[in-house]
Ligand binder design. Structure first.
Ligand code: GLC
Length: 641
């Protein structure tokens, strides 16, 4: 049962696809409070046993209780515990315990969820604006509430089959020969691979929809050459358009009035990778179509997958911000002995990126009216991705194109997937990846994953192996790392056998994973579930955050600590424990309900099969194309009946 409450005159987000009448019943579950400025907040008492799920891409645990979260899409690569905002805003929570209900605050501006941070027994939700739609979803169980919500927001994007293959990325493979070398190493080491990513350096001066002729000559032939080796190239597209006379995207966008404006009506300027850029106004349907059609050139070259980036939008600086900082520095009294002033000096210089003042100075045009960016900030990446997806629908309606984005909002899940942005090569970020998957699924994002091995800082062999051993179950399975970090490809750490074994297991699982994924998309189900969703009566299971259910069949128990020889697992009921090495079963036994310590070496992958379920494995292959051959049809069926 979903009830809709309208506040003010919100700008439609199109997050919800079903048309619900505005409820005339009094607000249930939440108490409403209006302050003297007319700002509304909602609160509820949390009972001791209440767990709060949701918020999609957010820091901390599956249970969000005990912290405060600000849904405001943020380009911040340090995903530490205290962070209140990451790249996506997914304003949906489920309270489950004494009573159960879901809340979705549909609003493009910032929304704060204080989930027992100020007071552990209190939930307080505060939209930063007066115009929004509030949805309350009633249901007896968390999984039922999520299902109702997922139905309301529409079916999740379905990625192509090949996008379940293993994908290798780096910022950057600078030349076509760099890419060839990556492919050669993977193929020679017989480590399966389906895609290589092209980060910003494939472009000419970071200009969207250009390809550097010097570094990637005869691009179309190169795309074909890679395809013949079973490799898809996946180029990045950034939100900002370089300001450069004669550059067609810039010239056209400017002439047609498709860029975001300043208050005075001139085109807004910020610095990103290409230097001075304009941001397309994706909230205008015509601008969206215009930008989307620019993907055609790369599609014509044979490209079948894209990642949309820097679409919070990320701003490294603005001229206004620099002018303010310079004025501050010039006026600085170096003879003062106030150490706080010196700290402020540093933050003035380092705080030039993504300033709230700059977001407040940017304007969109919605139905002919100027709308301050802050009001719709969280929709920007969503509408960029929608621009691409709508163009694909128009240009190549019969083809599934891989598409995912860094910034997102609920609604975008119908157009593409997401990756969780610039994480670090930290063990804690492997655990964060594990915990985030069910939360993302609750909000409709099924095709998603983290940068395996971690984006920033240097990865180690053991971290990459453990991360891959979890990543083989995530729909997007991509190893990506930042400029300046140590090489992170699977052949960069000496002996490749363990990597080959783990990634080969992924390929043996792909037919099973892909069909479970498509089924979950079509039925508005989750692929990754907290144990609590299927074992709500088991109080131990309800509080487990480092084991996940995969669909209805499996339980995953990844190892996420360095130097661990295994881990303790909890079985809410008897299950078949299967241990894989070199993509083969090396151990299988039925374990009774309760706690167990399982030994898991670095090159092994543990899986638990639930009673009455089975796991299908096909024959190994080195690319998804090879999976469709007859030999791969030989299936191994592991079951626990
Ligand atoms: C951003 C992206 C990252 C990419 C880099 C360079 O930081 O999140 O994935 O590698 O930009 O394009």
């Amino acid at each position: 049962m979903l009830k809709k409450y309208l506040y003010g005159q919100p700008i439609p987000t199109e997050a919800i696809v079903e048309d619900y009448p505005v409820s005339d019943e009094p607000l249930c579950c939440l108490a409403e409070k209006i302050d003297e400025d007319g700002h509304i907040s909602f609160s509820a008492v949390l009972a001791e046993e209440d767990i709060v799920y949701g918020l999609g891409e957010a820091s901390r645990g599956i249970n969000k209780r005990g912290h405060i979260y600000e849904c405001f899409n943020s380009d911040d690569p340090y995903h530490t515990e205290e962070k209140r905002s990451l790249y996506g805003s997914h304003n949906f929570i489920v309270v489950s315990g004494k009573t159960s209900y879901g809340v979705f605050v549909d609003c493009g501006a910032k929304v704060t969820f204080d989930i027992g941070y100020s007071d552990y027994d209190r939930l307080v939700i505060t939209p930063s604006v007066k115009d929004f739609v509030l949805y309350i979803i009633e249901g007896d169980r968390a999984d039922d509430i999520v299902r109702q919500f997922r139905r309301a927001i529409g079916q999740s994007y379905i990625a192509p089959f090949w996008a379940f293959g293993f994908q290798q990325s780096r910022w950057s493979y600078f030349t076509a020969d760099d890419v060839r070398e990556v492919v050669r190493q993977y193929r020679e080491n017989h480590i399966p691979l389906d895609a290589v990513y092209l980060d910003i350096d494939y472009m000419e001066a970071y200009k969207d929809f250009t390809v550097s002729e010097e570094r990637f000559p005869h691009f179309r032939e190169f795309v074909q050459e890679m395809k013949e080796q079973g490799i898809h190239l996946v180029p990045i597209i950034d939100a900002g358009v370089k300001i450069e006379e004669g550059y067609a995207v810039y010239e056209e966008g400017k002439a047609k009035g498709y860029f975001c404006k300043r208050k005075d009506g001139t085109d807004f300027v910020a610095g990103v990778w290409p230097g001075r850029t304009h941001f397309p106004d994706f909230l205008q349907p015509e601008a969206r179509r215009w930008f989307g059609l620019w993907y055609k050139g790369l599609l014509d070259d044979g490209i079948e997958g894209f990642w949309n980036d820097m679409n919070e939008p990320a701003m490294f600086y603005t001229e206004e911000g620099i002018a303010e900082a310079v004025a501050y520095l010039k006026a600085f009294d170096f003879s003062c002995n106030d150490s706080n002033k010196f700290f402020e000096l540093g933050s003035r210089a380092s705080g030039l990126a993504n300033r709230r003042e700059d977001y407040a100075a940017m304007y969109h045009t919605v139905n002919g009216q100027p709308v301050c960016h802050e009001q719709v900030h969280n929709l920007y990446g969503y509408y960029m991705t929608r621009a691409a997806a709508e163009a694909f629908q128009e240009l190549v309606p019969d083809k599934k194109i891989l598409l995912f984005s860094r910034s997102s909002y609920i609604g975008m899940h119908r157009y593409g997937g997401l990756w969780t942005g610039d994480n670090q090569s930290w063990w804690s970020h492997l655990l964060l990846n594990i915990k985030m998957m069910p939360s993302l699924n609750m909000c409709g994002f099924l095709y998603c994953g983290a940068d395996l091995g971690g984006f920033g800082t240097n990865c180690t062999r053991d971290l990459l192996l453990r991360w891959l051993a979890f990543g083989i179950f995530t729909p997007l399975m991509r190893n990506h790392s930042a400029f300046g970090t140590r090489p992170q490809e699977c052949y960069a750490f000496g002996d490749t056998e363990a990597f080959r074994g783990i990634i080969s297991l992924r390929y043996r699982l792909i037919p099973y994973l892909y069909s479970e994924y498509v089924r979950a998309c079509e039925n508005n189900e989750m692929l990754f579930k907290p144990l609590a969703f299927d074992y709500p009566e088991d109080d131990i299971a309800r509080h487990i955050e480092d084991q996940l259910l995969l669909s209805d069949n499996l339980m995953l128990t990844p190892v996420y600590e360095q130097n661990a020889i295994g881990r303790t697992v909890y079985l809410p009921e008897p299950m078949r424990f299967v241990l894989f090495k070199n993509a083969e079963v090396i151990h299988s036994e039925i374990l009774p309900q309760g706690h167990h310590f399982i030994h898991v070496a670095l090159d092994e992958v543990p899986v638990f099969i639930r009673p009455g379920h089975s796991l299908m494995l096909c024959s190994p292959a080195e690319s998804t194309a090879a999976l469709s051959s007859a030999s791969s049809l030989a299936v191994t069926n592991l079951s626990f009946s």
